[in-house]
Design a protein around this ligand. Structure first.
Ligand SMILES: [Fe+2]
Length: 390
């Protein structure tokens, strides 16, 4: 009996001495993963200084040697805050890494550098596997990715549609807009889709986000890129994984900028024109030119007669026509529509995914296959696109 109490005391002491996960409120999740870098995002309930420790893939204990530490800095100082966004650099392409996050509470900061620290929160690697991810690699032969859209906070649908998303099988996930009704605050989008995404895959499978019109709404919309940063710092960007070049566009709002609903704040016509200037350069990029498949991700489809739709049709489509696009993937309409190539205005298919289905896409040296699934996992449609001949 005495021995048991002794063991119990030791166990309690050991547990108390360990860093705890308790102060981490959301995340961690991967953003802006590239061939040589990746960003890890998480939040804490109190202001902290945070860092990420990185280890190579393998079975060696995380505690075997001191691991490289990455901090978020601003103008030379390490950042203190509740939102932590740490970019790992100098990574090798197509390589698996393990990682662990740490946040050290800053209880008081006064005088010059008189800092009183509190608890250290961290992800656990002692008795469970550390998180891991793999950098992108344009030489990868086969890739697989999943796209969702218009979840509008329906967590049960998100769970059902992400059932097959897992590390090692899914290279990346694409959220194609309207994942919430509007951006109220941090809790709103974490509760609406991101906490469950972290729970299922987002700590290990990179998420790429095309903003929808609903994410442009609400006082918190200005913070969107703080939580979902891209490697360009913009919400329109491109990236390459294996044989696919991805172009992510931000279609903005759906009504005219002057609509009373936007309270005089919208300026999306100019924003879409700005994207055209960037797109012109991206279509000339080496990544675009050498890809076997070119996929355009944009929330609002060029189908219909609302202003946002007309803008997408009149500004983006002429640039993409005759450019060698494999497919355009959209959402927004909450129903599935497949538009065959129209040689006059677009020479590639346009898939408009429904709000309650996912697209699972595989690309290899010969073909790109798109399959659409419902929430029960039933396959609804399948399309095959041969590689570009050039
Ligand atoms: Fe939408």
């Amino acid at each position: 009996m005495k021995m048991n109490r002794f063991k119990l005391c030791l166990t309690i002491l050991w547990l108390v001495s360990l860093p705890v996960f308790a102060g981490i409120t959301h995340g961690p999740y991967l953003q802006a993963v590239g061939e040589n870098e990746a960003t890890i995002v998480w939040t804490t309930e109190t202001p902290c200084v945070s860092w990420v420790e990185v280890a190579p893939a393998g079975d060696e204990s995380f505690y075997a040697v001191e691991r490289p530490q990455f901090y978020q800095t601003r103008d030379g100082n390490r950042v203190i805050g509740k939102l932590h966004k740490i970019t790992l650099t100098g990574l090798a392409k197509g390589t698996e890494y393990r990682y662990r996050i740490f946040s050290k509470e800053v209880l008081k900061y006064h005088g010059q550098h008189n800092v009183l620290y509190g608890n250290v929160f961290s992800s656990k690697v002692y008795n469970r596997n550390p998180l891991r991810f793999t950098t992108l690699d344009r030489e990868k032969k086969n890739i697989s990715f999943v796209m969702l859209n218009d979840i509008h906070g329906r967590v049960d649908d998100l769970k059902a549609l992400c059932n097959r998303v897992r590390y090692g099988k899914t290279d990346l996930m694409i959220f194609n807009g309207d994942m919430v009704d509007h951006m109220v605050d941090e809790t709103n989008f974490f509760a609406g889709f991101m906490d469950e995404s972290v729970n299922m895959f987002a700590g290990e499978v990179p998420v790429f986000y095309a903003r929808g019109n609903h994410e442009t709404r609400g006082a918190f919309n200005m913070s969107f890129s703080d939580y979902f940063p891209s490697h360009t710092g913009k919400l329109y960007y491109s990236f390459r994984q294996g044989p696919v070049h991805f172009i992510v566009l931000d279609s903005g709002e759906d009504k005219p900028d002057s609509d009373i609903e936007y309270s005089g704040l919208a300026q999306f016509d100019a924003y879409r024109s700005e994207q055209c200037e960037w797109l012109k350069k991206d279509l000339q990029s080496e990544s675009f030119r050498t890809a076997l498949y070119r996929v355009v991700i944009v929330h609002i489809p060029p189908f219909g007669d609302w202003h946002g739709t007309i803008e997408v049709r009149e500004k983006f489509l002429p640039m993409l026509n005759q450019a060698g696009i494999t497919a355009m993937l959209c959402g927004h309409l909450h129903r599935y529509i497949y538009l065959e190539p129209d040689r006059l205005t677009y020479d590639y298919p346009i898939l408009i995914n429904a709000h309650n289905t996912s697209l699972e896409i595989h690309a290899d040296a010969d073909k790109m296959t798109v399959k659409r699934y419902d929430t029960s996992g039933k396959e609804l449609h399948s399309y095959i696109y041969p590689k570009e001949n050039r």
